[in-house]
Design a protein around this ligand. Sequence first.
Ligand code: B3K
Ligand code: ZN
Length: 872
Amino acid sequence: ADPIRLSDYRKPAWTVATVELDVDLGIDASEIAARLTLHRDPAQASPLRLNGEGLELLSISVDGQPLAPADYRYDGSTLEIGAARDGSVLETRVRVRPAANTALEGLYLSGPRETGFLLTQCEAEGFRHITFFPDRPDVLARFTVTLKADRERFPVLLAGGNPAGAGELPDGRHWARFVDPHPKPSYLFALVAGRLENIERDYVTGDGRKLKLVIWSEANVIDRCHYALDALERSMRWDERTYGRHYDLDVFHVVATHDFNMGAMENKGLNIFNAKYLLADPDSSTDDEYRAVEAVVAHEYFHNWTGNRVTCRDWFQLSLKEGLTVFREQQFSAEMNSPSLKRIEDVSLLRRAQFPEDAGPLAHPVRPQEYREINNFYTATVYEKGSELVRMLAGRLGTSGFRRGMDLYFERHDGQAATIEDFLSALGDANDIDLTTYLAWYAQSGTPRLHAKGLYDAHKREYTLTLSQQTHATAGQPHKQPLPIPVKLSLFGYDGKALPLHLDGHAAETEKVVVVDQATQSFVFRNVASAPVPSLLRGFSAPVVLECDYTPAELALLVTHDIDGFNRWEAGQQLATLAFENLRSTGDTAACSAWCEALSALFHNPAIDDALLADLMTPPGEIEFADRQSEVDPAKIHAQRQALQHRLAQHLGATALLDRYQALAAHTSQALDADSQARRRLKRRVLELLALLDADQAHALAAHQYQNAPGMTDRLAALGVLVRDRAPQAAAALADFRQRYADNPLALDKWFSVQAQIPGEPALATVMALENDASFTLKNPNRARALLGAFASTNPSGFHRVDGQGYRLLAERLAQLDALNPQIAARLATAFNGWQRLEPIRREAARAALKELAQREGLSPNLSEIVANVLQ
Ligand code: B3K
Ligand code: ZN
């Protein structure tokens, strides 16, 4: 089939004012009766065409008249009806099969058929698997949903909107009705039915609406939902305080499921969460997972305004809701936790996940021009780079200007399906600024490289900074334009003090933003007493790769003297990268020594935060290092990165590391406050470094830490060290973990992942053995990701075997998985991205495995699109 193109967008020829759904629920078969009131755009002549994917049509009528087979045509994906007029009422009845739905899109069963519950996932195009509808986001309709089911089997019946009645039916059945007063696109529809428990809390919005917040889960995990409920309340207050946005229904339902294709879903009034991002307790969740729960709860809640009240005109605009909502979540999490640590985490994610995407055959603009399978475009580019674009806009406008712009955006587009242009116009108009130049960021793929060169003229006391930008060609975009790149900068003197900046007569802050919007631009700073060290792109002010020929001493100065945590970390990353590259190319150790010395000074500096120190002592990951090379040998990169860390460990010394470990280990609290989390983070890093110097001692400490851990963070950190090192104590710890969490699938996922991450040669045999574990199944997305995703996407030295067996294993599993769940198969297949830059032997092996996969019969459109794109 041809791709769908943004340039082909047409307004819908038919819209739907109201939908009444009557759903008769059953595990094997459910019946959906739909009554749509239709409107026709008088300017368009097309007949009524509705989406409907694989539906068993039981009856159909228009304006009360049953249709004869000759009156309509249904080919399994489109229903065409000649007889419909403006104002017509269409009634259909269809049957769907939830228990047989392994794709987890549409209406499906979570859990075993005897005890599991029914739920839906509609974004992006799942609603068409439930009933006939113009399943596109610019058709906004009022939904009334009535659910009917056996009371004993389905005691809880939920749908989006406000509760509007419930009651008994004959034969032990019951019903419940929900009316959503807010018109919404079909992708935000949801229902849930089954045996579920709940916890709830009253909430009064800032504008006086009294409502209930209710979290639902299966009985055995309901005790682990309290943290999410607190996080939800914090998110709601924050959105009121920060953006003046209040919740708008009488109830907010959140449901946890173990069977979910993604993290969570913002269905109006009925969010559905992958249990991984909702459940949290100290015994089975790490500190990182607690923060992830808070972040995802906030993200989905924030969608109520950025996504639901203002939705997207078409799926090309996906970043309008996703980039913006990720940005809002990042602001929230920064306020709830440490801003520097949050920024470090987000920039690391961008570099690990988005930069490689933007550098290879899967590169696409934040607003793609075309797609075949929309589910393949829920990418790091749309989400994370999209968020960076919003951050640049927000930075340009300042806090109050951005708020003014957001207010205008909501005022203009509430209840509408909007575009990126609408967003930029609202932000710009509210501030009398033309932001249209930023549209180029949405249209152009590839990560710009920003080259910086400084020249100091001692005689004139002038410092000239020349910044040039260049973006490499990407698939379909041979020629790139310069983009507006905001560069936040400071100049440091050699005494480590930030200098006042005199630029174009303006004085005299020590930090300033210059915008580079040409290929090359120079900025002249006057009155500079001595040659400065520039600190560029502070706070990561634009999603670019900075290339600046720093000397090791200059970077060390920034690591040592910058007071901003993020910038200090960033300088450390650059210094570690320089150290890494010099060691491998020329063997020159100067940068490595500068890195070790700067970190050693910080290690002994009591003023620095433990968590920041832990991050500072972590060099960029193997994927980030690989991203900078043209002939990648993942085994070598692993070894070289280990060697770099070994030098750091040596420099710090076993005694200092051991002392620090013991001091940190003296705190045994499992509290979640920032200091306790920070200590655990540093303790783990120190133990990992110690393991490079004195394995026996570190393993003994890890075994002890494993046995005595008060919570999952310490337990998993210790297990990780033992397993990755294949320490003699690993087997016992793994057996203990396996048994301890036999009934906790989320914890068991970690047991799979930690073993799939064993570096190098042994990983493959481990993964293959784990596939035979009784609890392994390809049917559960979390489990498949925990084993195969961890292996293929987070363990480069294990996956990229020189014999190609990693590639063949993945290809084989992708084909199997594809038959069950195409979305998950397509997502895991992106692990092949970057194969073109592998060294020749691996490259050929990867190509062969991909080619063989591409040629298999019957691949889903999802998987074929990724495989074809990655191969090109
Ligand atoms: N909007 C959903 C993602 C839906 C993915 C569909 N394949 C979750 C989120 O971004 O909040
Ligand atoms: Zn989202």
